[in-house]
Design a protein. Structure first.
Length: 74
């Protein structure tokens, strides 16, 4: 799931790959709440998973873990 998030951030949002790291927060990557919502919609469309407890201060690693947990319980 981390790979998907990283790819979306670089391909869809134009964020430089070298700043997309597991410890980076969405705020660190300069996303705002609208961008984070857009990312969530894209992830849901591609995976069928919906996670609602990811916020701007979530790290990419924690967001990926939340999606993986959602996947395991789906």
């Amino acid at each position: 799931m981390y790979e998907l998030l990283a790819t979306l951030l670089t391909d869809e949002f134009g964020i430089e790959a070298d700043v997309v790291t597991p410890d980076a927060t969405f705020r660190d990557l300069e996303l705002d709440s609208l961008s984070l919502t857009e990312l969530a919609v894209i992830v849901t469309e591609r995976t069928g998973l919906l996670v609602d407890d990811v916020d701007l201060d979530s790290t990419l690693a924690s967001a990926a873990e939340r999606y993986a947990t959602a996947s395991a319980s789906a």
